[in-house]
Design a protein around this ligand. Structure first.
Ligand SMILES: [Zn+2]
Length: 167
């Protein structure tokens, strides 16, 4: 066990450069204050220490925002045919929808001409669009497990997607 320690320590430091963010899977959905408080309390208990808990914040926005995963983004591909998008096509599609206040996120993809939501493209690492988020600035831990995400979903009353934002 002794030899594994430096490796584990390195991993933890690397993770602390990521903000852990959870957003509703529906970009337009916003919880009540009570539901958000419940979810924040549940997420708080999943954090390893008080430093991490101090960085936890729930925020509401009047319109949809891009929740970008920063430097973690490696590729974006089509949910229908698997083709990979160029950053140029994606950036243009997002600016177009942004200029309409993200009143819709629907796009026609260039590969197979399917209609889909920008929120449903395959993002590696995950990212998304949201009007509500709970963010932990320095979580001192890695991804939530499926089980943890399920209990957060129960507390909030809506399914969630998690995003690690590399800063
Ligand atoms: Zn396609």
């Amino acid at each position: 066990m002794e030899e594994e320690r430096p490796l584990a320590g390195t991993g933890r430091r690397a993770m602390s450069d990521n903000y852990l963010t959870v957003i509703p899977t529906d970009p337009y959905w916003r919880p009540s204050k009570d539901a958000a408080d419940r979810a924040a309390a549940v997420l708080s208990r999943m954090l390893p220490d008080d430093d991490a808990r101090r960085g936890l914040e729930a925020t509401w926005h009047d319109s949809v925002e891009v929740v970008f995963c920063g430097a973690n983004l490696e590729k974006i591909s089509c949910p229908h045919c698997g083709a990979q998008f160029t950053p140029g096509w994606w950036g243009e599609a997002v600016s177009e929808r942004y200029s309409e206040g993200f009143s819709t996120l629907m796009v026609t993809v260039p590969c197979c001409h399917a209609q889909t939501s920008l929120n449903e493209l395959v993002y590696d690492w995950p990212m998304g669009f949201a009007q509500f988020r709970i963010e932990v600035l320095y979580p001192n831990r890695a991804w939530l497990t499926d089980e943890e995400l399920a209990s957060l979903t129960d507390a909030l009353g809506h399914p969630l997607r998690q995003i690690l934002i590399h800063i």
